[in-house]
Write a protein that binds this ligand. Structure first.
Ligand SMILES: Cc1ncc(COP(=O)(O)O)c(C=O)c1O
Length: 382
């Protein structure tokens, strides 16, 4: 069987047999292709949460459309229908619903509302592969969805993106657009293979922190393939090599990586339940049952009084905290948000959360160590 067909078949175990699957170099490329296939361009407005990664906003801006940010709900870390309705205009063409950290928004309500107002919906499942909302897999609710297989995502191919098109009226457009995808270069594939090899064979708990810092510095300076090269997060102009296809390396890695996914998913859910219990027992903010029942729990969000100090304590205790989303448009600094048409003070909930959030690791095999760390630092947690 062709490798891509095998990968598709494995993905189908989690996202059902409907819709058509397409592969890309990164998740953001999948989003860009979907928006383009839906005819998004100048004058159009696209609604998205004010608590996301800047590359989501950039995919909209690259097409000349306007991102319209919506404040989030503090329990689900996602947008609510109520907040969306306030900002819908005749120019609204798309609503992006996100699975932040694996949690869902009330997607059924949002999709029903969008349909009755002739607005299309796209589900950002970059954190939510493998989760469900009301027994329907993440990614199957909207007209289309996209997933990421970047390093820290539900399962990983180093970098990588997948689109699931559910509304077939856009299939022809999407397939024409996909013909323009650039092929990854030999050098890019070779570098990706080297990074995957390093992660598997060279990273150890003792050199993890040093190598992570080195990788981030190298990728920021475009010296290795990173999740985001400089201009993808520092500005709003589309890099000339942005629209890139997947590679054989990513497809092969996806096939291997997805085999471990059920074990990881189970572990993440179990650990999330333990974190909720510990936080609840100590009177701290925790993710409620409603939001965690069927979700994939890529990360476990907590809010802390002083993030810098908390992260320093975690490094000393060798706890790998996630640092998403430290700004309403991660990782853009608050004073730079205007470049993306955002005024952070218009989104008080997202702003507060982005100033205080850290993420506990849900894929740890040493939950006792993290539990002890939580209890040791409980006064620092909000
Ligand atoms: C919410 C969200 N959407 C989209 C993306 C983009 O995914 P990718 O890095 O595969 O382009 C990210 C990246 O981390 C993300 O966090």
């Amino acid at each position: 069987m062709h490798l891509q067909d095998k990968y598709t078949e494995l993905l189908r175990n989690y996202i059902g047999d409907k819709g058509t699957i397409y592969f890309y170099w990164k998740g953001r490329v999948a989003l860009y292709a979907l928006l383009k296939s839906m005819g998004i361009g100048e004058e159009d407005e696209v609604i998205l949460p004010a608590f996301t990664c800047v590359v989501v906003s950039n995919a909209i801006l690259y097409l000349g459309a306007k991102p319209v940010y919506i404040d989030i709900d503090s329990d689900s870390y996602n947008t609510s229908l109520q907040n969306i309705q306030k900002l819908v205009t005749p120019k609204t063409k798309i609503i992006i619903c996100q699975n932040t950290f694996g949690l869902s928004c009330d997607i059924d309500l949002i999709v029903n509302y969008a349909r009755s107002n002739n607005i299309y919906t796209i589900e950002d499942c970059t954190h939510g592969f493998g989760g469900n909302y009301n027994n329907k897999p993440n990614g199957t609710w909207c007209d289309a969805s996209f997933y990421s297989t970047q390093w820290n995502k539900p399962f990983s191919t180093g970098i990588g993106g997948i689109a699931l098109l559910n509304n077939m009226q856009f299939q022809n457009n999407l397939e024409i657009i996909n013909k323009q995808l650039l092929k990854p270069s030999f050098k890019e594939e070779k570098m990706l293979r080297a990074l995957l090899f390093t992660r598997k064979n060279i990273i150890t708990p003792s050199n993890y922190w040093m190598l992570l810092k080195l990788y981030r510095w190298l990728s920021k300076n475009k010296l290795v393939i990173g999740s985001s090269g400089g201009d993808e997060i520092t500005g709003t102009n589309m890099p000339s090599d942005f629209f890139k296809a997947t590679s054989k390396t990513q497809i092969k890695e996806g096939i291997k990586s997805i085999e471990l996914f059920p074990i990881l998913l189970k572990l993440r859910k179990e650990n999330a339940t333990i974190y909720s219990e510990v936080l609840k027992a100590n009177g701290k903010k925790y993710v409620g049952e409603k939001y965690r029942a069927n979700h994939s729990f890529l990360k476990y969000p907590i809010l802390v009084k002083n993030r810098e100090q908390f992260i320093a304590k975690a490094e000393t205790a060798q706890i790998e905290l996630g640092e998403w989303f430290c700004s309403p448009l991660h990782p853009v600094l608050e004073n730079e948000l205007y470049k993306w048409g955002m005024k952070a003070t218009n989104f008080p909930v997202a702003l507060h959360i982005s100033r205080h959030i850290v993420n506990l690791p849900t894929d740890t095999n040493n939950i006792e160590k993290v539990k002890k760390f939580i209890l040791d630092t409980i006064v620092d947690i909000l």
